[in-house]
Design a protein around this ligand. Structure first.
Ligand SMILES: [Zn+2]
Length: 236
């Protein structure tokens, strides 16, 4: 079974008591942290020690997706864990350089297999180098859009996945072709057109009307849900 535990679902800053993007993937004894924004480390610690992770994958290097990796470096050093594999884009360099000083082994965003999880990546449309991730376990697959607006490569990459975890950062009235994020309706269309059975909306703005966000997605994908801390999405 592949499980995705929601550690944080807000962006670009958390709601009071909440956390930004962070998702713990667990599959047959292997665990991978996918993004690690403000608050995500605290939530991770309720499930497992960071030194027990097998890898970390960052969709991109905006702070709301990676800042807790800096303090996680201290925890790893205290635990004596070095060279934790960290898959990340190659820029912006000023941010990447901060992580290079930590106890991480920096890896390129190239397809890899870890245990029974197979990771693949698709370049996203966002102001810094960014990727969407697809995680396959057997014949089941999860798609995480990361931060992106729509682009011609996204649907082919998502096609046939079972579960979509999508960037619903922008309410429809703030979305445009040149925006850095999707909106709830586009998340719904992506899940529907990919043939997915489940959609979880994430990267939620703390000031957003969450009922409205959900309603906008459900107009095209009635099974849409809001990602919420502690929620476990599972594929078996
Ligand atoms: Zn971003």
């Amino acid at each position: 079974m592949l499980e995705c535990v929601i550690l944080g679902e807000y962006g670009p800053f958390p709601a009071p008591g909440g956390a930004c993007s962070g998702y713990l993937l667990r599959c047959e004894g292997v665990s991978v942290l996918m993004d690690c924004g403000p608050g995500a480390l605290s939530r991770l610690l309720t499930y497992q020690a960071p030194e027990a992770l097998d890898a970390v994958v960052l969709s991109h290097l905006h702070f709301d997706h990676m800042s807790d990796l800096l303090s996680m470096g201290y925890a790893l050093e205290i635990a004596g864990r070095r060279d934790l594999p960290l898959y990340l884009p190659d820029g912006p360099h000023r941010v990447r350089d901060l992580l290079a000083k930590g106890p991480y082994a920096l890896m390129p965003m190239e397809d890899f297999v870890l245990g029974e999880m197979a990771f693949s990546f698709c370049p996203a449309r966002h102001p810094v180098p960014s990727f969407s991730l697809r995680v396959r376990h057997g014949d089941r697959a999860l798609l995480y859009t990361g931060d992106t607006n729509r682009h011609e490569g996204l649907l082919p990459f998502a096609k046939g996945c079972d579960l979509v975890l999508a960037d619903a950062a922008l309410p429809e009235d703030l979305w445009s072709q040149s925006a850095p994020h999707l909106c709830p309706r586009l998340c719904g269309e992506l899940a529907r057109d990919a043939g997915a059975g489940e959609l979880a909306l994430t990267h939620l703005r703390p000031d957003a009307d969450s009922a409205r966000v959900l309603a906008q997605a459900r107009e095209v994908f009635p099974e849409a849900r809001l990602a919420r801390e502690g929620m476990v999405l599972s594929l078996s």
